[in-house]
Structures are given as C-alpha cells and as structure tokens.
Design a protein. Structure first.
Length: 74
C-alpha cells in the first residue's frame, strides 16, 4: 500500500474523535446546512474549518468501507 495512504489511514481514529467532538458541539441547524451543502456539491463555498471536517469524514468513510471489505488494515 502507498506509504502516504498508510500515513493518512493511521489517523482515522483521531479523525473520528475530532469529528465526534465537532459535530456534538455543532447546532442542529448548522449540521443541516452542512448536509445540504455537501449533498448539493457546493463544497467550494465551505470555510476552511468546515472543509477540513468534510475531508475527515470522507477519509474515515473510505477507510471504514475499505476495511469492512478487507482491502486495508491500519
């Protein structure tokens, strides 16, 4: 597996913790707006912090899917 990919996947647990904390502190209306923005593909209009959160969500989702298929291991 590519070394850079391994490095990124090694941070999956930390990413989950960061996401849980961030999402727990986010008002429901902001969560709804984030979901609408992502679903509409309007990611260019996200602020840097929110874009990072979306990126972390994507990394964790890809990791979890790949791990469940037996394609990667941390």
């Amino acid at each position: 597996m590519d070394r850079e990919v391994q490095r990124l996947l090694a941070h999956a647990d930390q990413a989950r913790a960061t996401m849980r904390d961030t999402l727990a502190a986010m008002p429901a209306s902001d969560k709804a707006a984030l979901i609408r923005t992502c679903a509409a593909g309007d990611l260019a209009n996200l602020d840097e912090r929110t874009a990072l959160l979306v990126g972390l969500l994507a990394v964790v989702a890809i990791f979890d899917l790949s791990e469940s298929r037996g394609e990667v291991s941390p």
